[in-house]
Design a protein around this ligand. Structure first.
Ligand code: SF4
Length: 188
C-alpha cells in the first residue's frame, strides 16, 4: 500500500507528539557503544620511526597492546600522528612479526632459531675478528707516517629513532672500534 504525502506528515506529527509526551526522552548517548579501551592501562611512549619524536598513548590489557594513538598533551605532535605513526599498532600486533632470532648459517638454506645470548656473542666475535683483520694503525702521507687507528672493514649506521644519549653512545662505540664510515639513516 502506498503512503501519501499527507499520511506521511500526519504519521510523523503523531510520532513527534508521542516522543514529546513520553516520560523518558531518547538520550543522545543511548546508542553509543562502550569505549574499547575501557579498563586498559595507558602508557606514554614515543614513536620509534623518525626524529620528529611524536608522543603516543599506548593502551594495553593483560600485557597486550590494544590501541595506540597520538598523545594530545605531547608538545611536539599535540595528538596528531602521520600515517606511519598511526599504523604503529600493526607493528605491535602482527602475526608476521618475528619475535625470535632467526639465523641462517653460511651456505645453508635453512633458518634456525637462536637465543639472544648466542646471537650477541656471535655478533661480538665477528665484529672483533673483522676489526682485527682490517685495522690500519698508521698511514704514510708524503713520506711522513701518521697514526690513524682506522678500521676499514666496518661501517655503522644510526637510525632516526635513536635519542641523544643513544647516538652519543653509538658514536663513542664506533670510534672506539676505529670506524670512520659512520652515517645516519636520515642522510642517506
Ligand atoms: S608519527 Fe610520523 S612524524 Fe611522528 S615520529 Fe612517528 S613517523 Fe615521525
Amino acid at each position: 500500500m502506498g503512503v501519501s504525502r499527507r499520511d506521511f506528515l500526519k504519521g510523523s506529527g503523531a510520532a513527534a507528539v508521542g516522543l514529546a509526551l513520553s516520560d523518558k526522552p531518547a538520550s543522545a548517548t543511548d546508542k553509543i557503544p562502550g569505549l574499547r579501551t575501557k579498563g586498559s592501562t595507558t602508557t606514554t611512549s614515543v614513536c620509534p620511526y623518525c626524529a620528529v619524536g611524536c608522543g603516543m598513548l599506548v593502551q594495553s590489557r593483560n600485557g597486550k597492546v590494544i590501541n595506540i594513538e597520538g598523545d594530545p598533551e605531547h608538545p611536539i605532535n599535540q595528538g596528531s600522528l602521520c600515517s606511519k605513526g598511526s599504523a604503529l599498532f600493526q607493528v605491535a600486533n602482527n602475526e608476521r612479526r618475528l619475535t625470535k632470532v632467526q639465523y641462517r648459517a653460511p651456505g645453508s638454506t635453512k633458518w634456525e632459531e637462536k637465543s639472544w645470548d648466542w646471537t650477541m656473542k656471535r655478533i661480538a666475535m665477528l665484529m672483533k675478528e673483522s676489526r682485527d683483520r682490517n685495522f690500519v694503525k698508521t698511514e704514510k702521507i708524503d713520506g711522513k707516517e701518521y697514526t690513524v687507528n682506522r678500521n676499514e672493514g666496518m661501517a655503522m649506521i644510526g637510525a632516526a629513532a635513536l635519542d641523544n644519549e643513544e647516538c652519543y653512545l653509538l658514536g663513542k662505540f664506533a670510534r672506539a672500534m676505529g670506524v670512520g664510515y659512520l652515517e645516519h639513516q636520515a642522510r642517506i
